[in-house]
Write a protein that binds this ligand. Sequence first.
Ligand SMILES: Nc1ncnc2c1ncn2[C@@H]1O[C@H](COP(=O)(O)OP(=O)(O)O)[C@@H](O)[C@H]1O
Ligand SMILES: [Mg+2]
Length: 258
Amino acid sequence: MVKLTVNDLLECQNIIQYRHTNLVCLFSALMVDNHFCMVMEYVANGSLRSKLKAKDENLDYSVRLQICRGIAEGINYLHTAFMTYLVHRDIKSDNILLTEDYTPKICDFGLAKILSARIDHGNSAIFTETICGTEPYLPPESFQGIVSRRFDVYSYGVVLLEIISGKPATFSDLEGCRFLANYFLHCYNHDKSTFPIAETASWPNNIKKKLMKLAKNCLKRNYRDRPQMDKVTTKLAKINLMQDNSPDSKLTRFFSRI
Ligand SMILES: Nc1ncnc2c1ncn2[C@@H]1O[C@H](COP(=O)(O)OP(=O)(O)O)[C@@H](O)[C@H]1O
Ligand SMILES: [Mg+2]
């Protein structure tokens, strides 16, 4: 059992201030008989990972795009809402819960780290002695203990790949490539068409290409070259317009069914 300190409790109570449509709402954090308890909103539809694994037929491209946007909005909020930077450090499809209308909610703030006050124009990074997170989602610099907001941007890039392909973050068809991110980068640099695409999504070609390019940017090796999350949300809003212009918007059909 993990022994939590008063500081952990205070950090949790700090996270309670964070309220956003795309974050699981934490109501309170308290000690009950020496047990650490968190009271939070119940999100009924399971995790994004479980829906992708089950090839949920509601996950057509429009719904997937809204999920990509929601996760990006949630992370951007964590990075910018207060006078300190908060890095989640464990963004992954297992930690994205879905409501009944497929609104994504980021959960599991167990590794969240407050970096610093926002006085450095956004370039802050810190060194930590412990490497934490989930291996296929870890950016290269994290192995040197470097943590910045671009940590979450990299992990978000991996989640984008899972949403595009439906494959888990540990998927690879290639010898020597252990993870989806490395496999994707190999395909992208050689022959983009070899990267698997979720069939149930029916991705329009132009939207798929834009999302793959966005994932490529989020997965840049040098963390300083990755976009900040606000740039990612702007890009996704533009990609969303591409489908809004199409009369065949499946999202409209999806919501008219429920
Ligand atoms: N607020 C919630 N509503 C519904 N299910 C939840 C909620 N929080 C967590 N879960 C379920 O519990 C699982 C593990 O929760 P999580 O907070 O990610 O803890 P950890 O990964 O540290 O065990 C999630 O993947 C989800 O299935
Ligand atoms: Mg978790």
